[in-house]
Design a protein around this ligand. Structure first.
Ligand code: SF4
Length: 199
């Protein structure tokens, strides 16, 4: 069984703590990038159609990618691979990119798992790491995703943030636990420690 990871490196802004291959202000290159990505898939997968068990769109902020480009990528994956019946197709998203329209497009494309980068439910901590969404937008995104029929949502939270202490982390964590009781769709969460690298 194979899994595919598709990297989409475009973001609305570059978070100062992020050392992923992710870039702000380059969305004009999205069409070209996707064309090269498709060439790469065509080049790498030549003959028989192998079975694909999971597809994971990471980044960057894949939820900013246009419908047409995601559709092109899904198209080439369908041509090159057999999709298994219980296939998981996951996409990373920032809370404020998940509009009703975007969620409906993602459903249409067959995306069945969302991973939402909430990081904290405390606005001061979000500001301290220069995230461009708020706690309220995170809750709204979870609500909209659930209303839009997504039944498998992961939430990312971070610890070790500037201005954060154990109590404020616990408040974020408790908020997540309460939301997971309210929304069955929250099936998983990931906790990441902020790691500072030299320079
Ligand atoms: S949105 Fe995510 S991938 Fe983009 S710069 Fe911020 S942390 Fe990095």
């Amino acid at each position: 069984m194979l899994s595919a990871y598709i990297h989409l490196p475009f973001c609305t802004h570059k978070c100062p703590f992020c050392d992923f291959a992710a870039f702000a202000g380059l969305s004009r290159l999205e069409d070209k990038y996707v064309d090269v990505l498709i060439d790469e898939i065509n080049f790498k997968v030549k003959n028989i159609k192998p079975s694909l068990h999971t597809v994971s769109f990471g980044g960057g902020t894949p939820s900013l990618t246009s419908f047409d480009n995601l559709n092109k990528i899904m198209g080439v994956l369908h041509t090159k691979f057999n999709f298994t019946s219980d296939m998981e197709i996951s996409l990373e998203a920032t809370p404020h990119s998940l509009t009703r329209e975007k969620l409906s497009q993602l459903k249409q494309l067959g995306i069945n798992r969302l991973s939402i980068g909430v990081q904290s439910f405390n606005d001061d901590e979000l500001k301290a790491i220069n995230r461009d969404h708020t706690s309220l937008q995170a809750v709204e995104a979870i609500d909209l995703a659930s209303q839009s029929g997504f039944t498998n949502i992961n939430i990312d939270l971070m610890y070790g943030l500037p201005t954060q202490d154990l109590k404020s982390f616990k408040r974020s964590f408790d908020k997540l636990m309460n939301l997971s009781m309210q929304y069955d769709a929250i099936r998983h969460f990931s906790l990441y420690g902020l790691t500072l690298e030299g320079n």
